[in-house]
Design a protein around this ligand. Sequence first.
Ligand code: SF4
Ligand code: SF4
Ligand code: SF4
Length: 203
Amino acid sequence: MNNKEKIKERILDALPQLQCKKCTYKDCESYANAIIFDNEKLNKCEPGSSHTEKQITNILNNIKVIESNEIKDFPIAKITVEECIGCTICIKVCPVDAIIGARHKQHFIIDDQCNGCELCITECPVDCMEMIPNKEKNAWKWPGAQANISKKLYNEKLIRAHRIKEERKKSHLKNAQDNKIQLYIKEALSRENFRRQKIKEYE
Ligand code: SF4
Ligand code: SF4
Ligand code: SF4
């Protein structure tokens, strides 16, 4: 790992790991990359507030300690299940697999897993989702176990999405190859039929 990569990893540790896109990047790692490799502004992580900006400034100035940071009483998502139509959109957008449900069935939030990113709220087509205070009145803290779990769940989701994409690609390729083989056989049979007809004509 070169020096820039090491600094990037430290910046990533200083970010909340909500993967909420509020910084306008697709996830915390993309924002950390933009800071290091593209001179992006340091104040774009809204959930991290000015404390995160200060931490990143310290890291870039080679001050070693990464202090802990927190969002007090962070909110979590809630579904009014009676209104849920089971469209599955919220499952797709949730970065940390904190929603369960099947197509056309009611969906539910896994409270302990929800990091409060709010990504699902605006996507629900029937507006049956809202943010509420978490019952335990917990704070969202990082760096640490909570943020690490969120990062791990997100990375697992990325790996799964990549695997599904590759499998679909392989399946399309196989279908295309099968179609090619079918066409080849059809053409060979047609040639053979034509040849036999010709033989009959000369008999
Ligand atoms: S937590 Fe901060 S850095 Fe991570 S995606 Fe959200 S806004 Fe961006
Ligand atoms: S349930 Fe909603 S608010 Fe909670 S982590 Fe998933 S997308 Fe974010
Ligand atoms: S997006 Fe809304 S309607 Fe669709 S499954 Fe989720 S909660 Fe239900």
